[in-house]
Design a protein around this ligand. Sequence first.
Ligand SMILES: *Cc1c(COP(=O)(O)O)cnc(C)c1O
Length: 385
Amino acid sequence: MLPYGRQEVTEEDIAAVVRVLKSDFLTQGPEVPHFEKAVAERCGARHAVATNSGTAALHVACLALGLGPGDILWTTPITFVASANCGLYCGAEVDFVDIDPVTRNISPDAFAEKLQTAEKAGRLPKVLVVVHFAGRSAEMREIAALAKAHGIRIIEDAAHALGGAYEGRPIGCCAWSDITTFSFHPVKIITSAEGGMALTNDAELAERMRLYRTHGITRDAAKLMHDDAPWYYEQQALGMNYRMPDVLAALGRSQLGRLTRYVDARARLAARYDQALADLPLRLPLKDDATHRSAWHLYVVELDDAQGAPSRRSVFEKMRASGIGVQVHYIPVHLQPHYRRLGFGPGLFPAAESYYERAMSLPLFPTMTDADQDQVIDALRGILG
Ligand SMILES: *Cc1c(COP(=O)(O)O)cnc(C)c1O
């Protein structure tokens, strides 16, 4: 089966990991700060805090922004569940903003409308988690202006978007947000096996995220409140153990060297899909333009019933039967049983639900050959043509 995504681990990556395995530090050594610095520099942000998953990065980001019981977090329904769960972890309420059917990202119009209603009801969110779906930046200029006008903090969940750019600046620079988070899960743009990172330009937020990453414990002499003994440390907040091991930071840093090559390879394959599928009854993803340079984590087509496409289910099953590992990203979060139990259900976010009915992700990864891709194209043409 040709998978929808596949990591590449080189001999160089393996050597980097082995070097750490033979060193004194498996965790909390020099590799984590090296990796943090490398990602921060690549993205143009001042501070970076590595964690043991992208989900952990979202959680410490929410905690650092002070999200807690009585607060509200908004995000998009078309995302992985972690973008919403981070709000629930903090005891906050979660709600969703519908997508724009063309960009598949949070719709600035839907956001503006929902803000009006929420303001009247005195139920404005404290935090908005903006997801750059499939690697293409959301409309940050419009979204950030609306959020700022209402005192809402922004976390960019850029799990799909490392290596992408918006208005000519790398995603992760935090020009439009308080914090940007990444994931280094193997299907994402680069991998550290499991891992994540939170970037910010705010020194205080960075310090708080570091505290929450390590049990809420500090050894910083300037911060200690009750003693100064040489063995002394203090737990000053309720944190977690969300540290990235040094072994994995070495893998991530080694992979980071290939980021540009990876995103270029993904963009080339995406353009090749654009050409080969243009005449089929499909809605294709938006192409890159002067404002948006996607990292092309996913290539999602929508079966267009208006143009006579068969159902997504039948196409999905036939693709799988031909050995093509198509996937669906994502089942809208508000339709998950856990969220239905919180009062959500069908009909609440029509653009997201309509997208979900039709969406199918085609295989896309940097080591995919043209022959691999032709196999996908031929199978799809055979089913739809
Ligand atoms: C993968 C992903 C996450 C979670 O990352 P993990 O490293 O798997 O915890 C969060 N948000 C989005 C949009 C993702 O795709």
